[in-house]
Design a protein around this ligand. Sequence first.
Ligand code: AMP
Ligand code: MG
Length: 474
Amino acid sequence: MPPAFYTRLIPTPLPAPYVVAVSEPAAALIGLTPEQLADSTDILIGNAVPERALPLSAVYSGHQFGVWAGQLGDGRAILLGEVATAEGPMELQWKGAGLTPYSRMGDGRAVLRSSIREFLCSEAMHALGIPTSRALSVAGSDQGVVRETIETSAVVIRMAPSFVRFGSFEHWFYRNKPEELKILADYVIERFYPELRAEDNPYVGLLREVTRRTAHMIAHWQAVGFMHGVMNTDNMSILGLTLDYGPFGFMEAFDPDHICNHTDQQGRYSYTNQPQVGHWNCYALGQALLPLIGEVEAAQAALDVYQPAFAAKLDELLHAKLGLTPLEQHADADRALFDAMFALMQANGVDFTLFFRRLGGLRAADAGGDEPLRDLFIDRPAFDAWAGQYRARLQAQASDDTARQLAMNKINPKYVLRNYLAQVAIEKAQNKDFSEVERLLAVLRRPYDEQPEHDHYAALPPDWASHLEVSCSS
Ligand code: AMP
Ligand code: MG
C-alpha cells in the first residue's frame, strides 16, 4: 500500500513489563508455544520488535454515534506484522503500545482493566463460534495512565486477517481521493474476497458480501445476547468480524433496551438497536464505495441483502436455540412463540444465558423437567402458559428429549463473560494475581460444556455487580 495509508513507527517502551496472560490456541495458530510467548515479554509489551518486522499504524476515519468524526486512525494500535497460519495470513497488532500520529487527544495507552476484557472476550467469542478478532496476549506495566482514576498500562496483542474497517473506506471517500479508495478496495478484494473478481462489478460484490457478513455477525450477537457498545463505523470490520472490544456486555436480566455502554446515553447501541445500526453502518460503507460502484441502484441492491440475511440467520439461530426444526407450516406460529418468549423474559427480568441453557431441560411430554427454568420467573402461570405452547410445538415435531437437549447445549452457552466475572479477574490482576484471568479463560474456552466443577461461573451476578458500569474509557 502507498505511504498515504499508514505511518511506520515503533512502540513506545514501558518500564518493567510482566506477562498477564497468553492464549494457548492463539499462540499455536502462529506456531508458538505459550512458554515461548511467556519468554517474550519485551515483544509482548512492545519494548522489542521482532526481527524483520516493520511496524506501522494505519489511518482511517469514521462516523461516531451517527456523526461524521473525520480522521481517526490507529491511535494506540501498531501493526507488528503478518504471520502465515493454517487459517491463512494473520495480522498481529499491539494495542496500547504508545502514541501514534493518529492519537489525537489520547495517550496511546490502554489500561489493564480494558485489556483483560478485550483479551478474554475475543477468545470467548471465538469459542462461541462468533466471527471475531483473536487475542494472543496481555502484558502489563505499572506505569500509570490517567482515566477517571489513575490505572496501570497494558498491551494486548490481537490478531485478525485484516484490521481494515468501514472507516478506512470512508476516509478516502470524504477526502475525495478516488484513486486511494480504489487501491484499498482492490487490495481487500484481492486478498479477502478473490471470488468477486469474476463479477461484472466487484465493488458491488464487495458491498453485498460485507453487508451479508455484517448481518450474520449481528444475528449471532443477538442470539447470544452480546452487545458491542460502540458500533461506530471505525469499529466495523470489512471482514465481518467482531472488532474493538470496549464497553461490551452480555445480556443478563433480559431487557431489549439495555445499554451496555454508560457513555451511550441515547441508547443508540442498545441491544435492540444493534441490527438496524449494523444496516446503517453498511449504508455508510455503501456511500464511501459509491464512486467505485457508479450507480446508486446497484449499491442499494447490495444493501438490500441486509434485512433478509439478518432475519434468516436470526431465525435459524432461534430455532436451534429452542431445539426446533424450522418448518414452513409453523413459520408464523414460531415467530409468535419467539415474541411471546422474549416478552415474558423481559416482563420477568429473566437472565438471558440461564434461560436458554435451562430451556434444554424441558420435557416434550410433561412439565416434569420445568422446575429449574420455571424458578427464574416471578409470574409462574405466564411461564406455564408459554411452556405449554412450546411443548405442543415440540410434540408436533416428535422431538426426542435427550437428543434435543444435547443439540441445544451446543448452541446455548452455559458460560459467557459476564461483567462481574471479568471484574473479579481484573481486581485480582490489579493486585498481581493473574490466576483468575487464566481460570476464566479456560472456562470460557469451552462455553457449551457442562464443566460442573465450574458451576459458579454460570451463576447470576451477585448484588454488588448491579452497580457495575462500563464506559468508553479504556
Ligand atoms: P474506540 O472508540 O476505542 O474505537 O476509539 C476511537 C478512536 O480513538 C480510535 O481511532 C482509537 O485509536 C482512538 N483512541 C481511543 N483511545 C485512545 C487512546 N488512549 N490514545 C489514543 N487514541 C485512542
Ligand atoms: Mg476503535
